[in-house]
Design a protein around this ligand. Structure first.
Ligand code: ARG
Length: 257
């Protein structure tokens, strides 16, 4: 995770971002600290990346890399405003002793590359280059399944799919092309279908340890659906960070050993 010390909305690279709307950085810090404390209380370890002035989106650490089996596949950002974040992540992983692989094509880390069991679901349409899916498959040594997104509000795959465990997802079908919807229906017939209201508060931008699902507090119907399926919803309020177009998952890069 990376504290939102320099968080601001100074540019707009997704429809959630409006530079004319004021951001309360102190409140963002408090909300982010609650997310971090939530993970600690659930027994997870949290490492911190040093925030860099001038990189206001760095709090969305999920975009900085993808880590599978202790192997780190670096990111390459679509927009120049975020480009420098990739090197900061790689440097952190290198100094922590992880083997790293640099990306040549645009991929926005776990924003678009979601690990589900033995496969990686890969988003494209707004950020990650579809050719980067091939690069990711080679780097991570996992089959990668390409999925095309169609709604600019759901510009990253992790805004349209929540990975709940090795075989279970929650998703918003209308965020995808008909072909991608079919792929997901075939693969996950028991998936939870989120309501448009819950998706619209980035309810699917959730982090699951297979049992506890940390999700935006406003996604109340999704929380009830999770309970029905035996998961334990853990709501958090990240309203300030929603102004940048992110939720709990965006703020969390999972380091899979
Ligand atoms: N403002 C950031 C961007 O548009 C938000 C990134 C959200 N991260 C995510 N994993 N969806 O790039």
């Amino acid at each position: 995770m990376c504290p939102p010390e320099h968080f601001a909305v100074t540019y707009a690279i997704n429809p959630w971002m409006d530079p004319t709307v004021p951001v309360d950085t102190a409140l963002a810090m408090t909300q982010w600290a609650t997310l971090r404390d939530t993970y600690l209380q659930l027994g997870h370890r949290v490492d911190l990346l040093e925030p860099v002035p001038g990189l206001p989106d760095m709090v969305y650490a999920a975009n900085g890399a993808t880590v599978v089996g202790g192997r780190v596949f670096g990111a390459r950002f679509r927009h120049p405003e975020r480009a420098a974040e990739a090197a900061a992540h790689l440097a952190w992983f290198r100094s922590a002793g992880f083997p790293t692989i640099e990306a040549h094509l645009v991929n926005e880390g776990e924003g678009d590359l979601l690990v589900v069991g033995d496969v990686v679901l890969a988003g494209t349409g707004f950020r990650t280059d579809p050719a980067a899916h091939v690069e990711a498959a080679a780097a991570l040594e996992r089959p990668v399944i390409s999925l095309e997104l169609v709604d600019p509000r759901y510009y990253h795959l992790d805004t349209a799919i929540a990975v709940l465990d090795a075989t279970t997802i929650a998703w918003l079908p209308e965020a995808f092309t008909p072909a991608a919807q079919q792929v997901l229906r075939d693969r996950y017939p028991d998936a939870i279908v989120a309501s448009t209201d819950d998706a619209a508060v980035l309810g699917l931008n959730a982090v699951s340890d297979g049992r506890h699902v940390v999700l935006p507090a406003a996604a109340t119907a999704l929380a009830a659906q999770l309970v029905d399926r035996g998961f334990v919803p853990v709501p958090v309020d990240l309203s300030e960070l929603l102004k940048g177009g992110g939720g709990p998952k965006c703020c969390t890069l999972e380091v899979r050993g």
